[in-house]
Design a protein around this ligand. Structure first.
Ligand SMILES: C[S@@+](CC[C@H](N)C(=O)[O-])C[C@H]1O[C@@H](n2cnc3c(N)ncnc32)[C@H](O)[C@@H]1O
Length: 277
């Protein structure tokens, strides 16, 4: 049914958007559903109980939902481990050992799904940043081996030029509108060392079924597709990137080292490794 035929719904959406309440309302709704589901709550409890003493704490389910759209702590742990190994393996295949990189940035670190698995990584200084205050606060309190900071949705990072030998942004450009994507690629390039690596994952080749026929045509012609751009930064904004756009427009100043269609299996996304200079 068109919006004209549902004026009340359209009005509610406008009011919710004006109050910037869409994402918090959606998150709260899903949290209450989780909290009422005894099996899911008990599964998380069992998982936490089974952890060895001295292990890292797990983020509360409501924070996990902000980054992963589920509340399952075991899945959060398992998928983060997989992603950390994936990053390590792609770098190592290209002759770079993580231990030898002096400084690494997790851009859009969320509540540390991947970051937590660097706890025993000897060598690099580890940094994480995100624009969502509760996520950064949780990382600062619970992941003491890293340095975390909150950035604005569209504001420069506080790090000096050429600080990092590796920056990774896992499932972050997947949720940015055009302006956000271009701004953040520029900013990440600025803080990347010469010869440093940028590793990103995007919705791409494995997500075509989520697009309409017309969107697929545009995607195949090299256009990015953005759903709900007004929520840029939040998971409800979903962006789809064809390789042509990534190479010719978005990341055109860096050298493409490796393209792995569907390679980020933890998130069903394409992965790209770039190098500066
Ligand atoms: C789908 S989650 C992925 C989180 C994490 N990278 C992971 O793989 O678990 C997207 C993350 O990007 C963050 N994000 C979105 N826009 C951002 C921006 N402009 N600056 C920093 N973080 C951003 C969100 O807050 C969220 O934590």
């Amino acid at each position: 049914m068109s919006d004209k035929k549902r004026p009340f719904r359209t009005l509610v959406i406008k009011v919710v958007d004006a109050l910037k309440a869409g994402v918090p309302l959606r998150n709260s709704y899903h949290y209450f559903k989780y909290a009422a589901d005894r099996r899911s709550v008990a599964k998380n409890r069992r998982f936490r109980k089974a952890q060895k003493a001295g292990g890292l704490a797990f983020p509360p389910p409501r924070l996990i939902y902000c980054v992963a759209a589920h509340h399952d702590q075991e899945q959060f742990d398992r998928s983060g481990r997989w992603a950390a190994d994936f990053i390590k393996n792609v770098l190592s295949k290209n002759g770079r050992t993580l231990e030898d990189i002096p400084a690494i940035l997790d851009f859009g670190c969320g509540c540390g799904r991947i970051f937590r698995h660097w706890r025993d990584l000897a060598g690099p200084q580890l940094y994480g940043c995100d624009y969502q205050r509760p996520l950064v606060r949780w990382c600062r309190t619970k992941l003491g081996f890293g340095q975390f900071e909150r950035n604005g949705l569209l504001s420069a990072l506080s790090y000096p030029d050429r600080t990092f030998g590796l920056i990774y942004a896992i499932s972050v450009f997947t949720h940015l509108d055009r302006q956000g994507q271009l701004f953040w690629i520029g900013e990440l390039e600025r803080v990347l060392e010469d010869r440093g690596y940028l590793f990103i994952t995007v919705h791409g080749t494995t997500r075509l079924a989520e697009l309409s026929a017309e969107e697929q045509r545009l995607f195949n012609a090299g256009q990015p597709i953005i759903h709900r751009a007004r929520y840029s930064g939040a998971n409800v904004c979903a962006t789809y990137h064809p390789r042509k756009y990534i190479e010719d427009v978005l990341v055109r100043r860096l050298k493409l080292v490796e393209f792995l269609p569907g390679g980020a299996r933890d998130a069903n996304q394409d992965a790209y490794l770039f190098q500066k200079g």
